[in-house]
Design a protein around this ligand. Structure first.
Ligand code: FES
Ligand SMILES: [Fe+2]
Length: 342
């Protein structure tokens, strides 16, 4: 497989998981998710221990789940509570595999590997999603491509000029040199544009005319997240690579969870430190961002189909691809370490 097993992956937005069972395949494992009465999230393998009907088709009863087919009832710990034939004694060795879940940054995170290693401290640091003075909104797209193609895409924003012309693309993106650096398990790609015209979105957010400094700092985080520090500040306001809260600033949040090889759950959003009380702005922005990311989805799915149709051809990396290349190297190194340790 192409992913790291011992890691936290986003299974769902917190708002997606409710009392009704939600089916989602995470890293090749069919999983059913639902909330208990106390709000806690249950995640178990979406296959009845009896005849393997997906449990997500079943009925929730209190905190338990009853299979639709023959009525086997499982508790939130996955263990049988009632056999199909009520007169049969309950066999507590009948159980569905459960997964460790943690809610953080508005997401439900799932640990798919060795349970003993599930340390919540290893959840990727998406601090802008939960910091005071910041608002966070987003959504979910299923994408029929390898999750690493999304990482490549997000670590190389030169594509904005062509793919997102009219919203966030501008020619200066291709004219400004980029800096790529690796720090431990993280990769940063920095682009700093001075004295440029703000593209339409940022002009509207800044609510000021005149040239701006614009930045994009992409950060890759294991196992498969990219957060992008973006924004503009009026020229002369003193914004620098180290400190740039002088204008309007946001973090594009992208968390990619492999569904299977070649398909990905894409959780995306934007955390912003402007118009934070304006729910209408947040909703309108989410719609805009959804439109921009849909342009990426069209490109990525076509790219995946082309890769499959041309198996004798290789992906080539130019200078713009260094961020994605480095991120893939880190994933691969970690993946091998875990395979060898197992
Ligand atoms: S398949 Fe679930 S009870 Fe038979
Ligand atoms: Fe894009």
């Amino acid at each position: 497989m192409s992913w790291i097993e011992n890691a936290w992956y986003v299974a769902a937005w917190d708002k997606e998981v409710d009392r009704a069972p939600l089916a989602r395949t995470i890293c090749g494992r069919p999983v059913v998710l639902y909330r208990k009465l106390d709000g806690g999230v249950v995640a178990m393998r979406d296959a009845c221990p009896h005849r393997l009907l997906p449990l997500s088709m079943g009925m929730r009863e209190g905190d338990s789940l009853r299979c639709l087919y023959h009525g086997l009832k499982l508790g939130p710990d996955g263990v049988a509570e009632e056999m199909p034939l009520k007169s049969d004694p309950v066999n507590r060795s009948v159980c569905a595999e459960t997964f460790t879940v943690v809610e953080k940054y508005r997401f439900v995170w799932i640990w798919i590997g060795d349970k003993a290693a599930a340390d919540p401290a290893l959840i990727p640091d998406l601090w802008p999603c939960a910091a005071t003075g910041w608002a966070f909104e987003g959504d979910y797209y299923p994408v029929r491509c390898d999750y690493r193609l999304l990482i490549d895409n997000l670590m190389d924003l030169t594509h904005e000029t062509h793919v997102h012309v009219g919203s966030i693309g501008q020619p200066e993106l291709l004219e400004t040199p980029i800096d790529t650096r690796v720090e431990g398990d993280k990769v940063f790609v920095t682009r700093w544009m001075t004295g440029v015209d703000a593209p339409p979105f940022w002009r509207g957010a800044l609510k000021k005319d005149g040239p701006v400094d614009r930045w994009q700092i992409c950060e890759f985080l294991l196992p498969s997240a990219v957060i992008i520090d973006v924004g503009v500040a009026p020229v002369g306001a003193g914004a620098s690579i180290e400190r740039h809260d002088q204008g309007v600033r946001g973090f594009v949040i992208d968390v990619m969870t492999p569904e299977n090889e070649g398909s990905t759950h894409y959780f995306w959003g934007m955390a912003r430190n402007f118009a934070t009380e304006d729910a209408g702005f947040g909703a309108r922005f989410k719609t805009q961002q959804g439109g921009v990311f849909m342009e990426d989805v069209a490109v990525l799915e076509a790219q995946q189909r082309s890769i499959a149709a041309n198996p004798h051809l290789k992906l080539r990396a130019y200078s713009i691809d260094e961020g994605g290349v480095r991120a893939r190297q880190i994933i691969e190194r970690k993946r091998r370490e875990q395979v060898h340790a197992a």
